[in-house]
Write a protein that binds this ligand. Structure first.
Ligand code: AMP
Length: 368
């Protein structure tokens, strides 16, 4: 994903796909014009990369010229097409092939047709690298087309969003749904892990559970695992600097994710602050903290039941569980105020059927 001005764009066409399309347009034009000397007229600004690559593929006699039209401002076509650079005046009797980077509504094309109808060329044809058949008004025939693309705003390979992105070798598409990053908040046993499993599929998010990462490290006997084990065995929190570093590494491993669910992190105000600062460096942010509310006695019973099945030693001993709750009350509970001040705290009843709780969380997410 890339960011231009205030918008995010995701990869859409690779350089290889684009160059293959350019080559196919050049071959089709060559089949019709290689025995004469056509004039290729590029439509500035967006066409410059297309014209350059097209000419590298078109190795027959030809002339090149440019005209300049302007219709886009930001993401939407203004409907007003201005001619900023007129067609050359030595086109008499020549075959002209107009090279457009993209044809969408057809407004610019109408202006082009108007311009060339007023010249005394032998004939003129239209070649467009990209073409949005879904929205094209169909008024004029387009003679050569590279790739038919969906009606999404694109940048790259000469095309811009408010002048940025023209130098990208690939084409990117506007990412209309902004990334969502969620914190799942709640005491041990509140159902954070269970709910994260459903939400990650529903919203295509990457689930990071710091508890799971620690357990994975313990199982594999890593240095981090050995360090964390001594704290986890007692039901204490692992020190902030260790946990924060580990969390950052996990996020870095998944930079292509369309969002994250943080489960079991942050658990201290220092972690929450570190998370905000870290996300800021990635132009990301927490969108919401979803708290699963449940009564302590219900949670203790749930954890003891879970301990019988999962084998987690910290779930099998009531005094360790109570210590985890103590850690929560002292160190994690203050995060409620931290996120409330940011207007991001949403609490959801965590008692009931799993699917009902997923629905409650989904309702909050949909309204974000
Ligand atoms: P969990 O699986 O989320 O219940 O976490 C199990 C244990 O891992 C906790 O009791 C802590 O010892 C440790 N742990 C998990 N996440 C964190 C965190 N964010 N900060 C400190 N310790 C953590």
């Amino acid at each position: 994903m890339i960011k231009l001005h205030d918008k995010y764009f995701k990869p859409f066409l690779s350089e290889a796909q684009i160059l293959a399309a350019v080559k196919s347009v050049a071959q089709k034009v060559a089949a019709d014009y290689k025995d004469e000397t056509p004039v290729f007229v590029g439509v500035l600004n967006g066409c410059f990369m297309f014209v350059a690559d097209f000419l590298k593929e078109y190795q027959h006699p030809c002339e090149v010229s440019f005209i300049k039209l302007s219709s886009y401002q930001g993401l939407t076509s203004t409907g007003i097409v201005e001619t900023l650079l007129d067609p050359p005046d030595n086109l008499e009797g020549k075959s002209v092939i107009i090279l457009e980077d993209i044809i969408d509504s057809g407004r610019t094309l109408k202006e082009l047709i108007h311009l060339f109808n007023n010249t005394n060329v032998k004939e003129y044809k239209i070649a467009s690298l990209f073409y949005k058949s879904e929205v094209y008004n169909g008024e004029y025939a387009i003679d050569y087309i590279g790739i038919d693309i969906p009606d999404k705003f694109i940048v790259g390979y000469g095309l811009d969003y408010d002048e940025l992105g023209r130098n990208l070798r690939e084409v990117y598409q506007l990412n209309e749904k902004h990334m969502i990053n969620l914190v799942l908040f709640g005491k041990p046993g509140a159902g954070k892990g269970t709910q994260a499993e459903f939400l990650k599929d529903q919203y295509n998010l990457k689930h990071i559970s710091t508890g799971d990462v620690f357990r994975y490290n313990i199982k594999n006997g890593t240095e981090l695992g050995n360090l964390a084990k001594s704290y986890m065995d007692k039901g204490d929190l692992v020190p902030d600097e260790v946990t924060i570093k580990m969390l950052q590494d996990e996020v870095e491993k998944h930079t292509d994710a369309s969002g994250f669910i943080f489960d079991g992190f942050p658990r201290t105000v220092a972690q929450a602050k570190a998370l905000d600062e870290f996300l800021k460096t990635k132009e990301m942010r927490i969108d919401a903290t979803l708290a699963l509310d449940a009564d302590d006695e219900v949670l203790i019973q749930r954890l003891l039941e879970r301990g019988k099945v999962s084998g987690r030693t910290d779930d099998q001993d009531e005094s360790k569980i109570r210590n985890r709750f103590e850690e929560y009350n002292q160190k994690t509970a203050p995060l409620q105020a931290y996120y409330e001040t940011q207007g991001k705290y949403h609490s959801v009843n965590g008692i009931g059927a799993i699917e009902d709780i997923t629905r409650r969380l989904g309702k909050v997410i949909e309204e974000l």
